[in-house]
Each structure stands twice: as C-alpha cells, then as structure tokens.
Design a protein around this ligand. Structure first.
Ligand code: ATP
Ligand code: MG
Length: 332
C-alpha cells in the first residue's frame, strides 16, 4: 500500500511509530502535513495537492488531525474519502469524537455508562442550583468543553464553590459541562486502545498525590492493566458508537461499572506503548491492511454485479468504510 500519514510533524512519536511499523511491513509511507494541503474540487474530480504534487496514488491514510485544526484537517480527510482512499478514521467519526457534547449525548442514547452530565448555555445565578441538583449535588466536576490535558477540569467540593466557578465560566461565556464526580475512581482512569472492535492495549493512569485528575500532564503516571470483561465491552461499544476502527477510549472505574468519559480518534501511542510494551502502531497498520483487502474484494464483486453508482454522501461513506457502523442500544 501507499500510505499517507496526515500529521503536522514527522518528529512526533506516534507519527514516527506508525511510519516505521508500515515500512517494516513493506508499505510505502509519505508523511503529509495536512495543514499545508490544498483540496481542489471540480465536477467528478476531487483532488489533493501537497507541496506542488497531486496526491493521486495514495491508497490509505492515517489521519492524526490535531484538535486545533479539526475543520481543515477533516476537509482533507473527506477529500481522500471522496477519492475512495481507505482511512483508519472517517471524517464523520473524527468530527463526532471531537465534539464532547455530541459524544456524551450519543453515549446516553445508546445506553452506554457515563457520569451524569448536564449542559446549559451560560447559566445565570438563579439557574445554577438546578444545574447542580441535576447531577446529584456536590461534589461535582466542571469541565470546559474545549479543555484538554486536564486543564479546565475543576472539582467543586461544595455548593458555594460550584456556584462561583460556574458563574465565573458563564461570565466569560465559556461553554462548560457540569458532571457528577466519580469518587471511587480516586484519581485514576483507564485508557483502552480499540482496534477493529478489539481492545489491543490498556493502561491505568493514576494522578499525582492529592490530585483527582489522572492526566500525565498533571503529574500522573501509568501502568498496564488487564481489563475486566465489562471494561472491555464498554470500550468496544464506545468505539463502535463513534464509528471508529481505531480509538483511544477513556473510562472512569466506578461502583456501577466503567463510565465512558471520552473517545479519541487519534490516540497518542507513546504513553500506551511505553506502558504496555505492545506494538499498537503495528496493530493499526494490520487494520489498514485488512480494510485494503476487503476493499479489493468488494471492488472485484461490484464490477461483476453492477457498475458503481455513487449518489449520496452515505454511498461514499460505505465505499470507503464498508463495514457498517452498527449502533446497538443494548445494556452493558
Ligand atoms: N466526573 C469525573 N469524576 C472523577 N474524576 C474525573 C471526572 N471527570 C474527569 N475526571 C478526572 O479528570 C481527568 C481529566 O478529565 P477529562 O479527561 O475529562 O479532561 P481532559 O483530559 O482535560 O480532556 P481530554 O481528555 O479531552 O484531553 C480525567 O482523566 C479523570 O482522572
Ligand atoms: Mg482526558
């Protein structure tokens, strides 16, 4: 295969790891800075250019689109999809997983365990008590919708603390989620890497002493763990709900089972590979190979049966991601 890794920098651990894993398996690899690509649209000919070259012969992509450039990066991913190039993550799945609110709504609808969460637009002083009671009172967690690496995640122990923090965020017109605090997690969370509907690696992250946030950026550390059946099932279900073949699923252990916090469409590989010693990059390349084989088989069959007729965006989705995204609404 000729694989393009869409990444802003070739120096990143994950980019290097994926590139090495692909080369080792005999593939040709190109690292494409998607922020420097241009897409050209004209009737029937979606094209992508990079450094003056048309990327016509790319057969597979691995998007590593940063959160700050989701819209632009996703336009490039979609353009490749329009060219029926296979991808580890569809533009649609990346979009949903980047939207924390939409993701939580989806999990709630699909009966996937989550911390009870509420969202309101810049609540006023008088509306705050109701918001607090929706998540079962204090202690509670307040999260900036756009936060990352543990920044913008606040634990409010008392009603008065919760009120003042929510008021402060509201006055700044910052979008926040107010969430039930999962005390039993005790500063830990679980990151599971799901590839093709299977958990391939998992680690437990533990926050620094006295810290409820387990983020490694906040001084936390990690260790490999063997997930329980319930945890495995929850991770697989969450990845599937997002329509992601490759996903980093973050869960909180709780007395009522694992609770999903977030699903990442381009999980970092450094922490998980170092912690577990598992070649996650290799598993991702294997998944692409499988998709490629499936696409070849489908193509052969299609030519025999009927000419390919693409009429809707859904047709493109199916052509690029032949395995249907089945959304089940069963209990964990
Ligand atoms: N409801 C909760 N109850 C207990 N602990 C929580 C809760 N929500 C988050 N935490 C802790 O805080 C950490 C950071 O929260 P979260 O992952 O939601 O934000 P983030 O890391 O800033 O965002 P992102 O994961 O998108 O980068 C979690 O890893 C977890 O340890
Ligand atoms: Mg996090």
């Amino acid at each position: 295969m000729k694989i393009a890794i869409l990444s802003k920098s070739r120096k990143l651990y994950s980019t290097q790891g994926l590139s090495e894993a692909a080369r080792k398996r005999g593939h040709e690899v190109m690292i494409v800075n998607h922020t420097k690509c241009s897409t050209v649209m004209e009737k029937g000919k979606p094209k992508i250019y990079y450094q003056g070259e048309a990327l016509d012969d790319i057969e597979a992509i691995i998007p590593r689109v940063g959160a700050s450039v989701t819209m632009f990066g996703n336009a490039v991913v979609r353009q490749f999809e329009m060219r029926k190039v296979i991808t580890t993550a569809s533009a649609q799945a990346i979009e949903i997983s980047r939207d924390k609110l939409k993701s939580i709504q989806l999990f709630s609808m699909l009966n996937i365990g989550i911390p009870k969460t509420t969202f309101a637009r810049f609540p006023k002083k008088d509306d705050i008590p109701e918001l607090i009671s929706h998540v079962g009172g204090t202690p509670l967690v307040i999260k900036l919708l756009e936060g990352t690496q543990g920044l913008g995640v606040v634990l409010a122990e008392t009603k008065s603390a919760a009120k003042s923090v929510i008021e402060a965020f509201s006055s700044l017109e910052a979008n926040i989620l107010v969430q039930e605090f999962i005390k039993e997690a005790a500063g830990t969370d679980i990151r599971a890497i799901v590839v093709n509907g299977e958990v391939v690696a998992a680690m437990k992250r533990q926050g620094a002493e006295g810290e409820f946030r387990s983020n490694l950026h906040q001084g936390g550390h990690s260790e490999p763990i063997e997930l329980s059946k319930k945890e495995k099932r929850a991770a697989i279900k969450a990845a599937k709900a997002m329509g992601l073949g490759v996903a980093g699923v973050d869960m909180l252990p709780s007395s009522r089972g694992p609770l999903i916090m977030e699903v990442n469409s381009s999980p970092g590989l450094e922490g998980i590979e170092e912690s577990t010693g598992i070649d996650v990059a290799g598993k991702i390349i294997e998944y692409l190979e499988l998709k490629f084989e499936r696409k070849k088989k489908r193509k052969k069959k299609k030519i025999k049966e009927e000419p390919e007729q693409l009429e809707t965006y859904q047709d493109f989705e199916e052509a690029v991601n032949p395995e249907p995204v089945v959304i089940e609404s069963t209990s964990l």
